[in-house]
Ligand binder design. Structure first.
Ligand code: NAP
Length: 362
């Protein structure tokens, strides 16, 4: 994705200073960064961030995908409500809430009317490095002590869920939940999940809980035992041609979460007639043979990070089935080490920043 240089204005109206963590320029390390955050508008909710996951998208965003620096990343977070505007309903100070990858949308197009706001025809407002629809200021994410967002995109967290493990559900979780539901995965399905990282490990948990037979495809043989513990029925090392051949024409649906381009044709060959490979990893390009697709009437698809209905349905499902992410918690002073390890595929399975461990000033 190419960057569009622009200088967004500061938030309009009353603000307060917030302590956060930012990449000050492209490819720069994450450093403490204070910024101005708006006071809640009538329909806004303000909350202290308790936990914020580190998504692979954060690595892309402080690098090639970044629009305007400084960037305060973070689009999967859980927090405690501290205040709200006078038109907010259904929340109390102290409630536990969560925010996903978008914080606004036009609210009028067909996608928004269907509560699939990630596909807003006028462009959703990204939780970070987006432009606020009202004052044009740059949005700042959850690597910060607090966040303010419109109530429509602030989701109550069901009781009983571990909060650090809940934070990654808001991006990694809903990004795999949404296609599994769209393609109606259930007890009759044989599903492959490719790339067992932040997204993929939740894909395995969800597909298993939905009743599917789950085959996990990994490049990391050392993950085998933990992947089985996540609920996979089988684990296949995708670089082993013999193991791959044993799964030829066996799957209905493959959910691919790999974060980079790689040869996808061997994965396509695991699909039955009319099968679908849904790639949510946003690689630079798709490396797949059209011939194999034609020979089995296969579909190559993709999917975004869901809408507000997906988020709320997923959170309810997670509460019912006691599902949260497997996390390694880090302090804000360890974000750069966590970025390095994530880039090296050295995490089981999601880093989460404990913002309570944040110092109170830069
Ligand atoms: P992650 O934790 O790094 O997981 C990616 C996994 O892909 C790795 O754990 C690894 O699993 C596998 N992998 C890595 N390099 C590979 C290679 N060269 N060949 C084959 N497999 C490889 O990343 P994530 O946070 O889950 O995010 C995955 C991707 O989804 C990122 O690109 C992110 O930007 C994107 N994303 C998309 C959306 C959306 O809206 N569609 C939302 C969120 C994130 P194994 O060790 O098991 O092989």
């Amino acid at each position: 994705m190419s960057a569009t240089p622009s200088i967004a204005p500061a938030p309009a109206g009353p603000t307060h200073t917030v302590h956060g963590y930012a990449a000050l320029e492209r490819d720069a390390p994450i450093t403490p960064f204070d910024f101005e955050q708006r006071e809640p508008r009538p329909e806004d909710v303000a909350f202290d961030v308790l936990f914020c996951g580190i998504c692979h998208t954060d690595l892309h965003s402080v690098g090639p995908w970044g629009q305007e620096f400084p960037i305060v990343p973070g689009h999967e977070m859980v927090g405690r409500v501290t205040g709200f505007g006078d038109q907010v309903t259904g929340l109390e100070v102290g409630d536990i809430v969560a925010v996903s990858v978008i914080v606004d949308s036009c609210g009028e197009c067909e996608a928004c009317r269907d509560n699939t706001e990630i596909y807003c025809e006028n462009g959703p407002t990204n939780t970070y490095d987006g432009l606020d629809r009202i004052d044009g200021s740059r949005t700042r994410g959850g690597y910060a002590e607090s966040l303010v967002a419109h109530q429509r995109f602030v989701h109550p967290v069901p009781d009983g869920l571990d909060l650090a493990g809940t934070a990654p559900l808001l991006c990694a979780g809903v990004t795999v939940w949404s296609p599994l539901r769209h393609w109606q995965i259930g007890p009759d399905s044989k599903v492959g999940v490719v790339g067992i990282g932040g997204l993929g490990h939740l894909g395995v948990k969800f597909a298993h809980a939905l009743g599917a037979h789950v085959v996990a495809f990994t490049t990391s043989p050392s993950k085998r035992d933990t992947i089985l513990a996540l609920g996979a029925d089988e684990v296949v090392v995708s670089t082993d041609a013999e193991q791959m051949a044993a799964h030829n024409r066996s799957l209905d649906f493959v959910l691919d979460t790999v974060s980079t381009g790689y040869p996808m044709t061997p994965l396509m060959e695991t699909l039955k007639l009319n099968g679908t490979l849904c790639s949510v990893g946003i690689p630079e390009e798709f490396e797949v043979s059209p011939l194999i697709m034609a020979s089995r009437r296969l579909s190559l698809a993709s999917s975004g990070a869901g809408g507000t209905d997906d988020v709320r349905e997923m959170l309810a499902f997670c509460a019912e089935h006691d599902i949260v992410a497997e996390v390694e918690t880090v302090g804000p002073d360890q974000i750069n080490q966590a970025f390095d390890r994530l880039a090296r595929n050295d995490v089981r399975y999601r880093f989460v920043i404990d913002m309570g461990a944040a110092p109170t000033s830069a």
